[in-house]
Design a protein around this ligand. Structure first.
Ligand code: URA
Length: 271
């Protein structure tokens, strides 16, 4: 072995060192279309066959069969009679490209299975990927504090538009969200809440299917009918990660939460 070669043990040790230092992903100098890369890896020639080739461009990209994958998700979701069934189905589902992009596990949900409010965020981050539960990192801690302050903390079920951490915490694509959507809709049906809260622009766009930004969409009630057996009242608000960066926007998120809390039955009133 040449003296510059690194042993497997040294590599593992280096990876541990980086992980301890907080490095949770590797970024390359130029952007890489991982959807192209995934398919390319699947079809890659064996090492012995490798010859210098021209890198694939977006034009060469094999397309993801979004409609087919979403239809498979729909069939699987419909067959789930409980939230546990749904969690198992999501873990077994390989139709979302995100599940093969480095996520450690599927991250489904936390909270009450009979909650009055379903909260839908964007997608798992690094901490969620590690722990297997949504909103357990910094943004999640802020969300929890807001829920406690508004009296909602034991009245919610929390999930995301996608169930696998997008590489480098990028925003999930509309295709990835569309593929996961039947599972999200089924979770809402099974919990059967009084209303749904969408956190951030990505969740609002995926569900409301409107072009406006979150600052225009937030704070207004509408109905979520697509994929639902009956329409659900839905409201969008600002994402807690945004609030960490823009603390002055907290007053808007707070007024949205109070708006939502005011729509629920007062606590202790049986339904
Ligand atoms: N942000 C989200 O949108 N969802 C999580 O689960 C965590 C952070």
């Amino acid at each position: 072995m040449p003296s510059s070669a690194v042993t497997e043990a040294e590599l593992i040790s280096l990876l541990h060192f980086w992980a301890d230092a907080g490095v949770d992903c590797c970024l390359e100098d130029a952007p890489v279309n991982r959807r192209v890369e995934m398919k390319t890896v699947a079809a890659a020639p064996r090492r012995a066959d490798l010859r210098p080739t021209v890198a694939p461009t977006a034009m060469d990209a094999p397309r993801i069969d979004v409609v087919g994958a979403a239809a498979r998700a729909q069939t699987m979701a419909k067959g789930c009679a409980t939230l546990q069934d749904l969690e198992s189905a999501i873990s077994a589902f390989d139709g979302c490209p995100l599940s093969a992009m480095g996520a450690r596990q599927a991250v489904f949900a936390r909270g009450r299975p009979d909650a009055e409010v379903v909260i839908i965020g964007e997608g798992p981050g690094a901490e969620e990927d590690l722990q297997g539960a949504p909103f357990v990192g910094r943004a999640g801690r802020l969300l929890d504090r807001m829920l406690v302050a508004s009296g909602l903390s034991d009245r919610v079920f929390i999930t995301n538009t996608v169930f696998w951490r997008p590489p480098a915490n990028r925003t999930p694509t509309l295709e990835e969200q569309e593929i996961c959507a039947p599972f999200v809709a089924r979770a809402v049906e099974l919990v059967d809440p009084s209303c749904v809260l969408l956190l951030g622009g990505a969740a609002a766009k995926a569900v409301l299917k409107r072009p406006e930004g979150i600052l225009s969409l937030r704070g207004r009630w509408s109905e979520w009918a697509d994929g639902m057996s009956r329409p659900r009242p839905v409201i969008a608000s600002l994402h807690p990660a945004f609030l960490l960066r823009q603390p002055t926007a907290k007053k808007l998120a707070w007024s949205d939460l109070l708006n939502l809390a005011g729509r629920l039955e007062p606590k202790g009133v049986s339904q």
